[in-house]
Design a protein around this ligand. Sequence first.
Ligand code: 5AD
Ligand code: SF4
Length: 455
Amino acid sequence: MTQAHKKLFIKTWGCQMNVYDSNRMSDILFSLGYKTVDSPEDVDMIILNTCHIREKATDKVFSELGRLRVHKEAREEKGNRMIIAVAGCVAQAEGNFIMERAPFVDMVFGPQTYHELPEMVLKASGNKGKRIINTEFPTISKFDHLPDEHTIEGASAYLSIQEGCDRFCTFCVVPYTRGAEYSRISQEVIDEAHRLVEQGALEIILLGQNVNAYHGIGPDGSTWRLADLIRKISEIDGLKRIRYSTSHPRDMDDDLIAAHGEVKKLMPFLHLPVQSGSDKILKAMNRKHNVDLYKEIIAKLRKSRPEIAFSSDFIIGFPGETEQDFKDTMQLARDVEYASCYSFKYSARPGTPAANLQAALVPDHIASKRLSTFQNLINKQQAQFNKSCEGKILPILFDRKGKKEGQLSGRSPYFQSVYVKGNERLIGNIIDVKITQSFDNSLTGDIVIYDNEAA
Ligand code: 5AD
Ligand code: SF4
């Protein structure tokens, strides 16, 4: 007799690390008979994988919990249990508060405890299930305890190689929620990359909060940096594309810059957050780099890989930011000419050093105005970059159906979204596309049919 599957619904907020973690949680729970479904109705377990980086993150979690409570009550009226769990960085930061304020939440656990999920779920299951809170930073790595089996969706797979951060930028919660920097052993990462490719991945995106700080123990016992890992992984037959995210300029060493030139599988697109174009603000942010160093790194990368394009994160309205500081930020963006960018209005995160800079807060209406001025510039740059692709033939990795009927969606080497008309069977392939039109956020074109190719 086959055992009926239990239903699991996971909602994920935030960064790619969280997407990776959610996939791994789903893999772990599969071994306990849980199958992931798309809706929270009448399921056995719900996990909210939360992100603490955005403003009002905790409020958003509570309003979601309010909605889910209704599903839980409806199910439990019928005598069936529903476990509601809160994971991720809000769980790590506000675990006790969540347990107190939401008595219907059964489990709260932080990002470093996912390997203990089976044990926690068993304790929480059944009609006498216990409430569980686990926000420890254990001494053994969760990576040692995650299952080898992956579910990969699409031809592009995430691979987490590093977690946590020791940089302590003054605005950022990551060093507190994800803990100290930790790099996985290189061989484990290499093995995982092989498995992903065997399962159909054409692209691997190496992930970490500060991914280029990677310094894992290599197969020969020496310390491997990110460049060593990238070179090794690039040898895997069948793997076509490598990316990594997110990097800190200070950890961009010369060997990694050289790898961008040497390793053709490394895509010519790099997300390299700078946060501000003012040296004074960068200092107050404890970024440990100034504008000149950042520009120097960009120039070196362009020398190493002439076609490389960049994106960045910017925080606008950091405490103490003057009109001149903001102008310097605009100037930096003009100098670099980004392909795309994320920009955020500064908002204080409790517990971070910058949250004590109340006196220097930029008035909200000024910060908002600056943000929209900045975003106008960035939107123009992005549209211009997209326009520069018109007429080019770009290899596109198709990984899903588009929103419209008969449409495929994929990514260019520069991580632009590309939509074309095409047969579904092309999903999971890299195919040349002649770009015919560009938009603010995407490209469209036609699949190139080469004369010498069999029809
Ligand atoms: N306020 C605004 N933006 C922030 N970020 C991180 N913390 C804050 C904050 N307190 C932004 C940074 C980071 C990105 C992931 O989120 O730009 O690179
Ligand atoms: Fe946060 Fe990135 Fe700074 Fe680390 S390097 S503290 S993750 S912003």
